[in-house]
Design a protein around this ligand. Structure first.
Ligand code: SF4
Length: 538
């Protein structure tokens, strides 16, 4: 691996400082000063929270502090590792997805069944509808028309017209709208249609509507008719995330299956369209892509704002004050770690993966070992009990991987386990206190215990029955040398069918198949092996 000289972007600090408790304290002081400079009121409220450890603060107030402070951590850590450009590019991409795909979904697609409830889509002139829509895009949205992402192309147009339509509906009801200069936008659209030779003819009637609201309604009809047709087309309606809505949940029929006749008996079989052939021992589940993950983030209603985030806190029966039990007999405790899920979702929605990861790490520092394919108590506790819950594990793992695959992403994750301003109980690791502990077993419980003991200043010797393969010294460092910073996580990443069993992780190593990405174990293993006060034997 390339030897990387990492120059930190916060003056006065160098890479070795990130492994030194007293320097991490200094780094926290610099962080505090930077927040105070930008928002003194937020800093004072957060400093008070750190001081009183949340005593007397309502849960909603604590959540709000973390959501406000998360982006400061994101920006500061991005500056520290010189990845501001990548951090901002991720944010721009995420925000764009929400202002296009999910805005289109919410303002134009959501109520289509109601809008056309009395119409027979099969009787519609499909080619005329498609042609009208394409003409609208070409005349009024030439930049969108050149978009090679077809869903994004449509969403840019649908979101723009849908937002205008929502504005005029609010105005018609005498309600406030925060849409700025809607009439000006309408005039621009009218002009663009009028100067386009074909559109001027095709949309003559719409252009002739003098009232802006009527004009916009004419365009909205073009968008929604196209969308309703698309919704009935399995290639679009069945695949695009802008057409994905939660389905009803039937606890007696949670897993879709086919029934096959085997002659003397019938058998249940997973649906063929969900079947994935295992080809050797490569990872068989590549996880959700970014748009699928953001669709889940969009499904969340950020219940922390009302202290009803049952994904984290569990569903409580108000009469008995006990956790509710779902129809399958599962006690809905929510996340056993009380991870601040809803707050993390909101920070992710705002585009900040590092800030979102810092929120996860407050309660779940060993998050590479949780999330997708590992645990789902959070989903079982989600407030959506009668429809599909939010797929929280996919979001959590995506936040982690979005950071890991940034330049110095491993270093960012690793630092946040030792230094995290959002963690008011232990914002930075304590120095070695001279006391040592033996941790028996380096599975999820053992490695998590080791992490917490190390941050409290204990030395830890971890032992495991499996043979532990050592990691290279240039990665782990030793008593006289610091580890080489990992600039690109891909250099650590191994294909599962080429990976040699490392022995670390207990059940997570030997008990899980190729559906889970065991590279996450290496992230935890390396994070711990880099701690001066940790030794692992197996
Ligand atoms: S994941 Fe579910 S319970 Fe949790 S905040 Fe989102 S909607 Fe609410």
């Amino acid at each position: 691996m390339e030897q990387n000289a990492l120059t930190l972007g916060i003056s006065g600090f160098s890479y070795p400082d990130l492994y030194d408790s007293s320097r991490l304290k200094d780094l926290l002081d610099v962080f505090d000063v930077s927040v105070k400079k930008h928002d003194a009121d937020l800093f004072n409220r957060f400093a008070a929270y750190r001081q009183n450890q949340g005593e007397g603060l309502a849960p909603e107030a604590i959540s709000d502090l973390l959501v406000c402070m998360g982006p400061y951590v994101g920006q500061f850590v991005a500056t520290l590792f010189g990845v501001t450009e990548q951090h901002q590019a991720q944010a721009a991409k995420i925000k764009d997805e929400f202002t296009t795909i999910f805005t289109y979904k919410n303002v134009a697609v959501d109520k289509l069944n109601l809008v056309y409830k009395d119409e027979d889509v099969n009787a519609w002139d499909k080619s005329a509808i498609n042609q009208r829509f394409d003409l609208l895009v070409a005349a009024c949205f030439p930049e969108a028309d050149a978009d090679s992402d077809l869903e994004h192309r449509v969403a840019r147009v649908g979101a723009a017209i849908g937002l205008l339509s929502a504005h005029y509906k609010l105005v018609a009801k005498g309600k406030e709208s925060d849409y700025a200069n809607a009439d000006g936008t309408v005039q621009e659209l009218r002009d663009m249609l009028s100067v386009h030779p074909q559109a001027a003819v095709e949309f003559k009637e719409v252009i002739g509507q003098l009232e802006p609201a009527d004009f916009v309604q004419g365009l909205m009809d073009v968008v929604q008719r196209w969308s309703y047709l698309a919704q009935h087309n399995p290639e679009i309606g069945g695949k695009w995330l802008s057409f994905k809505f939660p389905e009803k949940r039937d606890f007696d029929h949670l897993v879709e299956h086919d029934i096959v006749n085997k002659g003397e008996f019938t058998a249940w079989m997973g649906e063929l369209n969900h079947r994935r052939r295992r080809d050797g021992f490569k990872l068989t589940d590549p996880r959700f892509n970014q748009r699928e993950v953001l669709s889940e983030v969009d499904h969340c209603i950020y219940c922390h704002e009302r202290d009803t985030d049952s994904c984290s806190k569990g569903m409580i029966n108000k009469k008995t004050n006990l956790f509710k039990v779902d129809p399958l007999g599962v006690t809905t405790t929510g996340c056993p770690l009380d991870e601040k899920i809803s707050e993390m979702h909101l920070v992710k929605r705002n585009g900040d993966n590092i800030g979102a990861l810092a929120i996860i790490i407050i309660d779940n520092p060993m998050c590479p070992g949780t999330g997708h394919r590992i645990c789902n108590d959070c989903m079982k506790g989600c407030i959506y009990q009668k429809t599909d819950p939010v797929n929280i594990p996919q979001i959590e793992t995506n936040v982690l991987t979005d950071v890991l695959f940034m330049p110095y992403g491993f270093e960012i994750y690793s630092l946040l386990t030792r230094w995290n301003p959002l963690n008011v109980k232990r914002p930075y690791m304590l120095p070695y206190n001279g006391k040592n502990a033996l941790v028996v077993g380096l599975g999820p419980a053992g490695y998590t215990m080791s992490h917490y003991l190390l941050n409290e200043g204990f030395g830890v010797a971890g032992i495991d029955a499996l043979k532990l393969e050592p990691l290279p010294t240039y990665l782990t460092g030793d008593s006289s040398t610091l580890p080489t910073p990992v600039a690109d996580f891909k250099e650590l990443y191994e294909q599962l069918d080429e990976r040699i069993l490392a022995g670390f992780g207990g059940v997570a190593e030997y008990g899980i198949t190729v559906r889970w990405d065991k590279n996450f174990l290496k992230v935890i293993y390396l994070t711990l092996l880099r701690r001066q006060a940790f030794r692992a034997y197996g």
